[in-house]
Write a protein that binds this ligand. Structure first.
Ligand code: NAD
Ligand code: TYD
Length: 352
């Protein structure tokens, strides 16, 4: 088995679905707290599949983790579980400290205890793979080189600070205890099953629902976008071949200003599902107050992963974003399932 945490979320869910598509891969024990961002509908196609064991639980629950590790004897742990939305971290950082820092700490300690009790081959092959973000490196100016693994950590939001702290814990567990870890720092993901609080899914659904498309500030902030399936393939590579104690940047070589991303979404929707009045979705764009401490630019240099492990993304931004928009058009049932009362409360709080 492998044990995945946060596997009912956006990236973890895509990872579990991709992993189990291959009959040669082992089963997955999937531990998820099912916060607002966790959604079992994402895993619906695995219902009845004995290779997927879903456990509703918290990575901070030491007794539960110890029991699961003893019972299932996983050969690896992939830690996706986190609070992941910058805007929510600005409104309420406490959950971010709880799960991203303390939760990772408890998970590391339980995993280390389990690993210490292994011997022979089982001990030798065991891996703890920590999933992190490029946001730990802080913000770039337009002339700065893209982040490499050697950049200093300079997190600017409660979210990125909590992820940076978790990365440091993982690093320290390797150096101090020899605990076998790898960490990946990935750029902004997009694709199917993405909770519609983040830029791309929020704007696709707002556009279709005739709502404003609220761009923070001048819309010239830059992000590097990676299709989620490419992130999953990178994780599989690093899990299989990554060097212990190393970190690997994962990115799509797709730097885009937010306004350009939004215009691209509008253009695809104009083609695939034109508004009944014939007006472009671009007319729904509005500029709103900027996010406090908004990072200007992220850019990832993923050449280490390419050079050492031979990984390249399969999708360009043009192919990935088209697939993504099409997926939201094709999956109204999944969308209706996540657009709950608490989701509407969040939109009200954030966008008045
Ligand atoms: P998400 O918010 O969609 O999903 C997080 C999942 O973790 C949810 O299913 C939630 O229920 C679960 N969870 C939260 N707290 C938990 C806890 N205490 N115990 C167990 N489960 C818990 O996030 P995502 O976008 O899928 O991100 C997954 C990971 O990838 C995170 O660690 C995030 O920092 C990292 N990451 C995300 C991006 C991105 O663009 N989304 C980019 C780089 C890295
Ligand atoms: P987001 O998807 O929240 O990811 P992150 O903050 O982790 O990069 O936001 C991506 C970019 O889009 C970021 O620069 C903020 C911007 N943004 C808006 O302009 N309007 C919005 O409503 C949202 C959610 C994001």
């Amino acid at each position: 088995m492998i044990l995945v945490t946060g596997g009912a979320g956006f990236i973890g869910g895509n990872f579990v679905l991709d992993w189990l598509k291959s009959p040669k891969n082992e089963g997955v024990v999937n531990v998820d707290k099912l916060t607002y961002a966790g959604n079992l509908a994402t895993l619906e196609s695995l219902r009845g599949d004995p290779r997927h064991i879903f456990i509703h639980g918290d990575i901070g629950d030491k007794e539960l983790l110890a029991r699961l590790l003893t019972e299932h004897q996983p050969r690896a742990i992939v830690n996706f579980a986190a609070e992941s939305h910058v805007d929510r971290s600005i409104h309420g950082p406490a959950e971010f400290i709880q799960t991203n820092i303390l939760g990772t700490f408890h998970l590391l300690e339980c995993a280390r205890e389990y690993w210490s009790g292994l011997d022979g081959l089982a001990k030798q092959v065991f891996r703890f793979h920590h999933i992190s973000t490029d946001e730990v490196y802080g913000s770039l100016s337009s002339s700065d080189l893209a982040f490499t693994e050697k950049n200093a950590y300079e997190p600017n939001s409660p979210y990125s600070a909590s992820k940076a702290a978790s990365d440091h814990l993982v690093r320290a567990w390797f150096h101090t205890y020899g605990f076998p870890v790898v960490t990946t720092n990935c750029s902004n993901n997009y694709g199917p099953y993405h909770f519609p609080e983040k830029l791309i899914p929020l704007f696709i659904l707002n556009a279709l629902n005739g709502k404003p498309l609220p761009i923070y500030g001048d819309g010239q902030q830059i992000r590097d976008w990676l299709y989620v399936g490419d992130h999953c393939s990178a994780i599989r590579e690093v899990l299989a071949k990554g060097k212990l104690g190393e970190t690997y940047n994962v990115g799509g070589w797709n730097e885009k200003a937010n306004l350009d991303v939004v215009k691209t979404i509008c253009a695809i929707l104009d083609e695939l599902k034109p508004r009944s009045d014939g007006v472009s979705y671009i007319s729904q764009i509005t500029f709103v107050k900027d996010r406090p401490g908004h990072d200007r630019r992220y850019a990832i240099d993923a050449s280490k992963l390419e050079r050492e492990l031979g990984w390249r993304p399969a999708e360009t931004f043009d192919t990935g974003i088209r697939k993504t928009v099409q997926w939201y058009l094709d999956n109204p049932v999944w969308v209706d399932g996540v657009v709950s009362g608490s989701y509407r409360d969040w939109l009200q709080k954030q966008y008045q």
